[in-house]
Design a protein around this ligand. Sequence first.
Ligand code: GLV
Length: 321
Amino acid sequence: MKDKVFITREIPSVATELLKENNIEVDTWTDLAPPTKEEIIQEGQKAQAIISMVSDPLDKVFFESCSHLKVISNFAVGVNNIDLKTASKKNIPIGNTPDVLTDATADLALCLLLALSRNLLPSIKNAKEGDWRRWEPLGFLGTALQKKSLGIIGMGRIGQSFAKKCHFGLGMNIVYHSRNDIPHVNEEYKIQKSSLEETLRSDVVSIHCDLNSSTKHLMNRRTFSLMKKEAYFINTSRGEVVDQKDLFEVLKNNKIKGAGLDVTSPEPLPPTDELFGLENIIITPHIASATKEARDQMATIAAKNVILGLRGQELLHSVTS
Ligand code: GLV
């Protein structure tokens, strides 16, 4: 009998083609509404593998109900949606898709930063809505990024890529805070790892760390209070790294200049959320890896992880607790 993989959302067809070529039956959830936790369990019980999305909570209950699975392949680099400890107890390998979305994610962080610092959204609205009546010597004045400091929190692959684009492309000075000192980064920018407090005093603060118990609500009333009034805040990692109520207060009271978020808590963020009422924020719907190139490569890796996992072989990319 053929092995079956349940894919919790439609993903690029390169994945399904590869899986079928390898004699694996593919069952894709095609409803617009994503499957509920119960539906993932139900479908998972009929399969030997799952390709999951970052928004699918695969918790202890899931693993208790689906302990027969041979592999879970997360269509993402982040795996905070998965209870890794229980997966490991059940001996279920967990795959992810690093590297191929690094540039796409750093590019989106750059988009958010440029859009904020050059008032892109209000100026597009002005032109489109008939308010463009004259050339404005004093209108839409933004902030130059050249020679400004970029404080990166979490200097992994994506943080490093963003640093490179901002330093070599825009002439920004890099400051970073990470778990470890990173010798090649230190050498490249002639710097050393900084304290969190020092990093927060940069002109731009950008979050690139994983979500875990030590980074949950890392950005809160206290840490936001260390930022400059003129600073921009960017988050392309996970919404839960930020205490959103505190971010709202900080933005409402103009304690920082603006924020660009690609991730929120919850996701999707309801349109009635108070953050949408602010002028000094840009929110995108978790699209950082959304380029055709990145998503195709993520799909290929996700499918390969399933194929290898079903064969009992080491995954191309895997994570452990
Ligand atoms: C997206 O958020 C990812 O982790 O790949």
